[in-house]
Write a protein that binds this ligand. Structure first.
Ligand code: ASP
Length: 331
């Protein structure tokens, strides 16, 4: 039995606006992360698999409107929601993913059904929804995913589309979220238009197996049909007992081009470096070379964890079995 069982989660990375975050909102994020970690920790404490722990953690994060996945997902340029998710089991390299789903309440559970019930790995759009329906996954009306705060963020992003393409800085972030018409900004520490929001979990269970899951609404005001790194095995999600489990968040296109999640595992395998070193290299050295912004969470089979990010902040936390969960937002 492995006594290092641990779960780590993230709820997105991006530009932090400490000044715009009321203490009560900050407390809400910490409380939400804490509750999810406690649930994941319970699964592990009861001898559950890492796969069960990450499924449960991501399902809860999807249900929480504070995070950009499931209920609370961002809007596309058409004012709709398109959701992506992936899950991978490090014990056998089995994986499942869905992308561009519009009515699946918990995309991670659809991804899990793909992992368990299909010879394929990734289903998209209507096909993904047919598969999910045939395998008993819960459906909701598209309006379920929307929240007022996200809708306001979308309107702001849509109106400032040109500026949104500039990926550079806190100054734009600040000016755009301090709405010109004097409307209060949504109570959110990450800049609403430029934040990278995704949720994810990685875990090591008592049997020595690792797993990872990632789920997202994508990027605010994204083009219809755009898919990021989150549902792509190797880019936004990866797990292999021989190395580590990884879930990413950030500018998806760059994470895809770097095959970021797999690169952490590959560096461990081929360069024989530690989890910490591999994760740091991907996030702090390799991604910035192509302007890749964001972070990742990772765990290895010995229970080491790494939570690096190159943005101002990343909602994150971890919990070892038997210990108090730890959560953080800023650097
Ligand atoms: N990586 C996600 C995507 O590109 C977004 C995010 O993490 O915020 O869809």
């Amino acid at each position: 039995m492995n006594t290092n069982a641990v779960i780590a989660i993230h709820g997105g990375a991006g530009t932090i606006l400490r000044a715009s975050l009321p203490a009560s909102a900050e407390a809400d994020y910490h409380a939400a992360l804490h509750a999810v970690l406690t649930a994941g920790q319970r699964v592990l404490a009861e001898g559950g698999s890492a796969l069960d722990a990450v499924s449960e953690a991501v399902r809860l994060l999807e249900d929480c409107p504070l995070f950009n996945a499931g209920h609370g997902a961002v809007y596309t340029a058409a004012g709709t929601h398109e959701l992506d998710a992936a899950i991978m089991d490090g014990s056998n390299l089995e994986a499942g993913a869905v992308c561009c789903v519009k009515r699946v309440r918990n995309p991670v559970l659809a991804a899990r059904r793909v992992l368990e019930c299909s010879e394929h790995v990734l289903f998209t759009g209507e096909g993904a929804e047919s598969f999910a329906a045939a395998h008993g996954v819960e459906f909701v009306e598209p309006a379920y995913f929307g929240t007022e705060a996200r809708h306001r963020q979308w309107l702001l992003a849509r109106d400032q589309q040109r500026a949104m393409l500039d990926h550079d800085g806190a100054s734009f972030a600040f000016s755009s979220s301090a709405a010109a018409d004097g409307e209060p900004t949504p109570h959110e520490p990450l800049d609403p238009n430029r934040k990278f929001g995704t949720v994810g979990a990685v875990a090591l269970d008592a049997h020595g197996h690792v797993a990872a899951a990632t789920s997202t609404g994508g990027i605010t005001n994204k083009q219809v049909g755009r898919v990021g790194d989150a549902p792509l095995i190797g880019a936004g999600c990866y797990a292999d007992d021989a190395t580590c489990a990884v879930s990413t968040t950030g500018s998806g296109e760059m994470f895809m081009r770097m095959v970021a999640a797999y690169d952490v595992a590959a560096q461990m395998a081929y360069r024989n470096v530690s989890l910490q070193e591999a994760a740091h290299d991907v996030v702090m050295n390799r991604l910035p070379k192509i302007d890749g912004r964001g972070g990742l969470i990772a765990v290895d089979a010995r229970g080491n964890i790494a939570l690096p990010f190159n943005t101002e902040g990343m909602y994150r936390g971890f919990a070892r079995v038997g210990a108090t969960p730890e959560t953080a937002i800023y650097r």
